[in-house]
Design a protein around this ligand. Structure first.
Ligand SMILES: Cc1cc2nc3c(=O)[nH]c(=O)nc-3n(C[C@H](O)[C@H](O)[C@H](O)COP(=O)(O)O)c2cc1C
Length: 157
């Protein structure tokens, strides 16, 4: 069974968690890269995406480095943006049919996860998807969820 971790990370939290998972499983990793990078001041991005849940923006993304069809297990990671998934992850889930794959999802956040998992599951088209909430401190300095918990979660894949 081949496993691929697909993630988007604006800062580095989601990437760091994806790297922990990759190390635990020895699997492949693929980053979701928007065609037009989100750049500039952090607060400007926060302000610009304030209505993320309502606008349901799906910015164009680059093709993944790996082919989804080559894998049995897909683990998808997102930062939480305004109580739901980050926009580029919405694009990825809207464009890829994951029917028949074993899917797991995780979200990094500062304590307000909102409807992130429910919204991701709706796009994937299944409610039977294991999920992991990975918390970081509000100042973004430290991961509050233990690495051991992340490793145990993916080893169920
Ligand atoms: C635009 C934006 C919106 C955010 N909204 C939330 C939120 O609704 N709830 C929350 O707990 N954290 C929120 N955060 C914090 C991020 O979810 C958190 O820092 C995450 O771990 C960042 O992941 P990254 O470093 O991989 O981009 C937001 C951050 C950004 C940039």
């Amino acid at each position: 069974m081949k496993t691929l971790i697909v993630y988007y990370s604006y800062g580095h939290h989601t990437r760091d968690v994806a790297e922990i998972m990759k190390k635990a499983l020895g699997c492949d990793l693929s980053e979701i890269v928007p065609v037009k990078a989100y750049t500039g001041v952090y607060q400007k991005l926060v302000d610009a995406t304030e209505n993320n849940r309502e606008t349901k923006n799906t910015p164009e993304i680059k093709p993944l480095s790996q082919k989804i069809s080559d894998y049995d297990n897909i683990i998808i990671g997102t930062p939480v943006w305004w109580y739901t998934m980050a926009e580029p992850v919405r694009t990825f889930l809207s464009q890829n049919d994951l029917t028949g794959k074993n899917v797991m999802i995780f979200a990094t956040n500062a304590g307000w996860i909102g409807s992130t998992f429910k919204d991701m599951k709706a796009l994937i088209g299944s409610t039977q998807i294991p999920e992991l909430d990975v918390k970081f401190s509000v100042d973004g300095e430290s991961m509050l969820t233990e690495a051991r918990v992340i490793e145990q979660f993916v080893k169920k894949s």
